[in-house]
Design a protein around this ligand. Structure first.
Ligand SMILES: Cc1cc2nc3c(=O)[nH]c(=O)nc-3n(C[C@H](O)[C@H](O)[C@H](O)COP(=O)(O)OP(=O)(O)OC[C@H]3O[C@@H](n4cnc5c(N)ncnc54)[C@H](O)[C@@H]3O)c2cc1C
Length: 405
């Protein structure tokens, strides 16, 4: 069988057909690069449309090179939030220190973009939507590997066979569960849960974040400069609240009970939480796996190696991982390609996952003593000149991959 290729109309030999599950960050980025290397790509996303919302995300270091090579860097520079100030507050609402965000997150000017998660997802989608088939409002039902390919059935009906399948379906990946078994084996819970949602900016904040801390609890307002602020509530919780994960009402109740006696602006935040229609709630955790592929199926982004937002590197790892996975398959079959992907990417992933301890200790101290020590460090930091970026963000130079001829 031959197929007619859009948009040039040239006749080519059959292209490898691949399926990607998940259209957030890793999925569209992988689709972009696989399409560039000659694959016929289908993306299935369970949400009915591309999902907006979520806390702003960082694209840092090596990941900036990925988006530059995709041609979307100018658009992301336009969308850059340019946060100017990060202010920490005591439990009684008084100020601890006010710093430039890079002093806390380790970002470096020009190598650190902060954008709304939806803006990044939109930019990635816009870069591929004309060349790739998207199936919204559907998901993989069954997936069976045979010698010649992967037989997939879809929830909304239909059966197709692909040469390879990729799970870009996030921290709670069902591709991972089908392939490797229960999430508990790979999810390293870091002892916190968080809720983010938007609320009206009645605080007159602009391009800044204000964070309130009490031992084991944090509340933050992040103003990107418009009418809304991103509200963030984080709390220590001994076990992951499994009952709450699929139940937004249970999530609201849990958060409201944990913060019931909190001061500062928290009561207003809890009131807004009750009505928020874009609540994103999750446990803070990392996915650590000995292998990222099995047979003709591979995982990418949070599905394979979520580092948690405490590292600030989830989005950057998803972008770099997608680039490496596709590039590793540019001239190789799935066996050698998947091995090359792991070989080329694992060290970078491990180095970035290791940033987690630092992030947790800075943002969410759990005891009064550790909180006091943290606050003293912040006061000292505010008196020092700004430092540069973290080595782990840029610890990797992207290889060049060339398209098949
Ligand atoms: C709406 C939204 C809001 C977010 N907000 C935050 C936040 O505030 N803070 C934070 O730290 N991280 C947040 N994240 C996660 C963050 O985007 C990722 O940590 C990071 O960018 C890596 O991206 P990823 O593409 O690997 O995974 P994700 O961004 O998690 O994307 C996974 C995608 O797969 C889709 N999906 C899931 N299961 C299936 C399935 N069975 N079939 C088909 N599609 C499926 C999801 O709908 C989603 O679009 C959010 C993600 C989403 C989707």
């Amino acid at each position: 069988m031959t197929r007619t290729d859009r948009p040039t109309g040239t006749r080519t030999t059959p292209r490898c057909e691949v399926l990607i599950s998940g259209a957030s960050i890793a999925g569209p980025a992988l689709a972009f690069w696989l399409n560039r290397y000659g694959y016929a790509v289908t993306v299935v996303e369970k949400a009915p449309t591309l999902r907006g919302g979520g806390y702003p995300v960082d694209v840092r270091g090596t990941a900036v090179d990925v988006v530059a090579r995709m041609g979307i860097l100018p658009r992301l520079r336009d969308a850059h939030i340019d946060l100017r100030r990060l202010t920490f507050l005591e439990g009684d609402g008084s100020e601890v220190a006010s710093l430039h965000p890079h002093d806390v997150t380790g970002g470096a000017a020009g190598r650190d973009l902060e954008v709304r998660r939806g803006d990044l997802s939109d930019a990635l989608y816009a870069a591929v939507r004309d060349d790739v088939e998207f199936m919204f409002g559907d998901s993989v039902d069954t997936l069976e590997q045979s010698g010649h390919g992967v037989d997939v059935t879809f929830r909304r009906g239909g059966r197709r066979t692909f040469d390879m399948v990729f799970g870009a379906d996030g921290l709670h990946s069902s591709t991972r569960e089908t392939l490797f078994g229960l999430e508990e084996q790979f999810h390293h819970y870091l002892g916190h849960c968080f809720a983010v949602f938007t609320m009206s900016n009645t605080f007159k904040l602009s391009h800044e974040t204000v964070m309130w801390n009490a031992p084991g609890r944090a509340a933050a307002l992040y103003a990107v400069g418009d009418d809304e602020v991103h509200a963030f509530l984080n709390f220590a919780h001994p076990e992951p609240p499994f009952d709450a994960f699929r139940d937004p009402e249970a999530q609201r109740e849990l958060v409201a009970s944990v913060f019931a006696d909190a001061g500062w602006e928290v009561p207003g935040m809890l009131a807004a939480l009750r009505d928020a229609d874009d609540l994103f709630f999750d446990a803070v955790g990392q996915i650590r796996m000995p292998r990222w592929s099995s047979g003709r199926v591979a995982l990418v982004g949070d599905a394979a190696y979520a580092p948690s937002f405490l590292t600030g590197q989830g989005t950057s790892l998803a972008l770099v991982g997608a680039y490496m996975l596709a590039g590793s398959l540019a001239h190789r079959d799935h066996v050698t390609g998947f091995a090359a992907y792991e070989h080329g990417t694992r060290e970078f992933v491990t180095m970035n996952q290791a940033l987690v301890g630092k992030g947790g200790a800075t943002l969410f101290p759990t005891t009064p003593q550790v909180l006091e020590e943290r606050n003293n460090r912040l006061r000292e930091l505010s008196a020092l000149p700004s430092a540069g970026g973290r080595p782990a963000d840029s610890a990797f130079t992207l290889p060049e991959f060339t398209p098949r001829t």
